[in-house]
Design a protein. Structure first.
Length: 155
């Protein structure tokens, strides 16, 4: 196993922990962490229900938190780890924040904009293209989401 993969698994595990906490709190279980220099700068989860805010996705919250910690709107040198493929809104925020890299877990064939429905992060007309790694711990990330939604359908 390469050092990069080892770090990807470690930080995706951190994002999964945030996602689990969100699910336990009644939110769709998606978690995100921003990492710079091998250290977590911000860890957040979905909070759309508790904040009554449609933009309170894990990615946007993690980006905002990292910008506050680092004191800069540009997150150069940072990697975003998120348990679900980013949607259009989150992909736009990733581009605007100038993240160097995005690593996501489960693919989202209904709203994913990093390869599933579309691909904003690699759109040729945009001025920033982060490196992308998809499907990291996809089984664990997808299983968490499926179980959460199944519990609500069956419960």
């Amino acid at each position: 196993m390469t050092d990069r993969l080892r770090l990807d698994l470690q930080f995706m595990s951190d994002a999964l922990a945030a996602a689990r906490a969100a699910g336990e709190g009644g939110e769709v279980p998606v978690g995100a962490v921003v990492v710079r220099g091998g250290a977590v700068v911000a860890a957040e989860a979905n909070a759309m229900v508790t904040q009554r805010d449609a933009t309170a996705h894990a990615e946007v919250r993690a980006i905002r938190a990292a910008q506050a910690v680092l004191g800069d709107s540009r997150l150069s040198g940072c990697t975003l780890y998120v348990t679900l493929e980013p949607c259009a809104m989150c992909a736009g925020a990733i581009v605007l924040a100038r993240l160097d890299r995005v690593v996501f877990g489960a693919w989202d064939d209904k709203a994913g904009m990093v390869g599933s429905v579309g691909d904003l992060l690699r759109h040729p007309r945009l001025n920033h293209h982060p490196e992308v790694a998809g499907g990291v711990m996809a089984d664990e990330c997808g299983a968490l989401l499926r179980a959460w939604f199944a519990e609500r359908r069956d419960g």
